[in-house]
Design a protein around this ligand. Structure first.
Ligand SMILES: [Zn+2]
Length: 202
C-alpha cells in the first residue's frame, strides 16, 4: 500500500466531475487500498478518488468510532454495515428526512461548517469486484457518503453553506493559505479563553 497526496482547495481537479468505473481491474483494487491507507493516515472518515487526483467514481469510508466504547453511539443500521466500505459508482436511490452536522474535509483542512443532508439514504453501488451492493444508511455514515458523493460532482461542503460564509472561507484560503499547526493551536487556545470568559460569574 502507499500513502497518496491529498489535493486541497483551490486545486482545480477537485472541481472536475469523476468518470464511472467500467473495468474492475487490479489497479482499481490497489487504488482502493491506497485510498484507505491515505484516509486512515490523515485521520479521515471518508475519501473520494478525486481527492487523490483520480477522476473515478469511487469512495472509501470508515465512520466507526475509534474508541471501542463509542460503539454505543452507532445506529442499528450502522451496525449492520461492514466497514471499511469501498463504494464504486455509488448512487443515492432514495433520500429521506433532514439532518445537520458540522462537516470538515481533508481537502479543506481546518475549516468546519454545519451542512444539511438527508437523514436516511438508500445507496446502490458496486464493490471492488464489480458486484452490486444496496443498503440503507443513517447517522454519520449516511452524512459521510453524501459528503463524499458530492466530490464526484466537483462539489465541496463549503459550497453548501451561505454565500457570505462560503466566500469568506474561499477568500481566506486563496489569500493566506491554510493555517499552520501553530496557528491552529493558538486559535484553539483563544477560543477556549473566550468560552471561559463567557461563563457566568459565580
Ligand atoms: Zn471531503
Amino acid at each position: 500500500m502507499a500513502k497518496l497526496e491529498v489535493l486541497t482547495y483551490p486545486n482545480p481537479i477537485l472541481r472536475e466531475v469523476s468518470e464511472p468505473v467500467k473495468e474492475f481491474t487490479p489497479a482499481i483494487k490497489k487504488l482502493a487500498e491506497d485510498m484507505l491507507e491515505t484516509m486512515y493516515d490523515s485521520n479521515g472518515i471518508g475519501l473520494a478518488a478525486v481527492q487523490v487526483g483520480e477522476l473515478k467514481r469511487m469512495l472509501v469510508l470508515d465512520t466507526r468510532p475509534k474508541d471501542p466504547e463509542g460503539d454505543e453511539d452507532l445506529s442499528e443500521l450502522e451496525r449492520k454495515i461492514k466497514q471499511p466500505l469501498v463504494l464504486i459508482n455509488p448512487e443515492i436511490v432514495k433520500g429521506e428526512g433532514k439532518t445537520t452536522y458540522e462537516e470538515g474535509c481533508l481537502s479543506v483542512p481546518s475549516f468546519f461548517e454545519t451542512v444539511e443532508r438527508f437523514d436516511v439514504i438508500e445507496v446502490k453501488a458496486q464493490d471492488v469486484n464489480g458486484k452490486e451492493i444496496r443498503f440503507k444508511a443513517d447517522g454519520l455514515l449516511a452524512i459521510c457518503i453524501q459528503h463524499e458523493m458530492d466530490h464526484l460532482e466537483g462539489t465541496l461542503f463549503i459550497d453548501h453553506i451561505s454565500f457570505t460564509k462560503s466566500n469568506k472561507i474561499k477568500n481566506t484560503i486563496k489569500k493566506s493559505g491554510y493555517p499552520t499547526k501553530e496557528e491552529l493551536a493558538e486559535k484553539k487556545r483563544l477560543a477556549a479563553r473566550d468560552a471561559r470568559s463567557k461563563e457566568p460569574a459565580r
